[in-house]
Design a protein around this ligand. Structure first.
Ligand code: TYD
Ligand code: MG
Length: 424
């Protein structure tokens, strides 16, 4: 067989261009492997569920960061394979250095030298006495070393998957095929030796590129770390979790001495108490956690035949739909304006609970009238302009009352958006 060094595609004859990944001149002859075809076929292992440990009985390793442990379903499970993905610079290494403090860990650092890590650890004031480090990123050596010290460690951290290399040069390092093969080896290592493996994977702004996306179905848990580098808020979500729910969200602030957990449900700055034209406070639920954020809009006369629409932190298509609803129901001549909408503080959300708040913020800027900042908007808006009840509304209303918002605008007192201008 011939194998493509880039993606691992196999062919019986040599080909110039790989039909799978399109790479030229990437085929090489695979080493003979006659032994495996001769080996005797074994029976499959058959068992009853009563002999299997339920997830609740599994031993969990706590990171000590409350929200991270909760997100994982109570801590890291022995032998669990976790992928932590995020854009470069979002804070993945920082989060992990803080999270492994109390865990017997082997930390493979392919991105930074040990001197850099030492400086960072001092800055973060973390005690890493339980943590062993190595800069060697050869997968075969890592596996050998882990087997040698398997009684001394509970967790292996790979920072990052993109920096690993191999002694066998069959597939090109860094290619999708290579990363898949390496992750398979790591999964086998973790499961056979009961060691949890946490793999960091960089992801680009578009959310793809070699690695994380293709690995998601292979690992037990996928954590995604997000945040806008211009702001200090960072969110950690579980996109997939074989040992817990995907309903939770962990929120942090990146400060000069590391990540700090955010426990409050208010995510906007309360320093400037004066209401600002175009700003509206909205309530939403992420996972099961009520949150309050600030939506900000700007509307300026356009000189373009197709007016500009720029959105940050929100789904662009959702905004387009809401603009169409406003035009139809409120008859605001939106095509005369360029429109910019942003969530203050760099949070991203796909929640539909913020629809009403987005519209309120646009009305505010159009009418040049500020909204009192003790008012909160909660509601999904449908295509006909009706305001709908949101998921876990009761929780959100209770939290709004607790936070002493004076006016809550939602489907009961504002059943359709036509009523909204008179309420603000
Ligand atoms: P890092 O953890 O290196 O990101 P990643 O591993 O995801 O690439 O974090 C990088 C950024 O975080 C860097 O730009 C500086 C910032 N930072 C702080 O603001 N405070 C801190 O205490 C640390 C350690 C980093
Ligand atoms: Mg890093």
């Amino acid at each position: 067989m011939f194998i493509c060094k880039n993606c691992g595609y196999k062919s019986v004859s040599w080909i110039g261009k790989c039909p799978e990944c399109g790479e030229w001149n990437s085929f090489e002859k695979e080493a003979d492997n006659k032994k495996s075809s001769k080996s005797k076929t074994k029976n499959i292992k058959i068992t009853k569920l009563s002999q299997i440990d339920a997830a609740q009985n599994l031993k969990r390793i706590q990171t000590g960061i409350n929200q991270v442990d909760k997100l994982l379903g109570g801590g890291i499970v022995q032998g669990e394979i976790i992928l932590l993905s995020g854009e470069p610079g979002v804070g993945k290494s920082t989060l992990l250095l803080q999270a492994v403090q109390n865990i017997d860990t082997l930390y493979i650092s392919g991105e930074e030298s040990l001197t850099q890590i030492k400086n960072r650890a001092n800055r973060l004031k973390v005690n890493l006495n339980n943590v062993l480090f190595s800069e060697d990123t050869t997968i075969e050596s890592i596996i050998e070393s882990v087997i040698d010290i398997k009684n001394k460690i509970e967790l292996l951290v790979i920072d990052s998957i993109q920096t690993l290399k191999s002694e066998k040069e069959m597939i090109k390092p860094g290619s999708i095929g290579f990363i898949k093969a390496v992750v398979n080896e790591l999964i086998k290592l973790g499961k056979e030796n009961n060691i949890a493996v946490l793999i960091i994977g960089h992801i680009t702004k578009e959310g793809n590129i070699a690695g994380p996306k293709t690995l998601e179905h292979m690992v037990d848990t996928v954590l995604s770390f997000e945040g806008d580098k211009s702001s200090e808020i960072r969110t950690l979500r579980a996109k997939k979790n074989r040992y817990g729910s995907t309903q939770n969200i962990a929120i942090f602030k990146m400060e000069s001495d590391g990540l700090k957990e955010v426990t409050s449900s208010i995510l906007f700055s309360q320093e400037n108490k004066k209401p600002v034209i175009g700003n509206a406070i909205v309530g939403l639920v992420e996972g099961k956690r009520p949150l309050f954020i600030e939506v900000q809009s700007l509307m300026v006369p356009t000189y373009l035949s197709i007016p500009r629409r720029v959105v940050k932190g929100l789904d662009y298509n959702k905004v387009q739909i809401l603009l169409a609803v406003i035009r139809k129901q409120l008859r605001i001549p939106l095509d005369k304006f360029d429109i910019y909408i942003n969530i203050v503080g760099g949070i991203k959300t796909k929640s539909t609970a913020i629809d009403l708040g987005i519209i309120a913020s646009l009305i505010s800027i159009y009418k040049n009238k500020s909204i009192d900042n003790s008012t909160v908007f909660i509601g999904e808006v449908d295509l006909l302009g009706n305001v709908r009840k949101v998921n876990l509304e009761k929780l959100l209303l209770e939290e709004s009352k607790k936070l002493k918002f004076k006016k809550i605008i939602y489907h009961k007192n504002c059943p359709e958006i036509k009523k909204l201008p008179s309420l603000i």
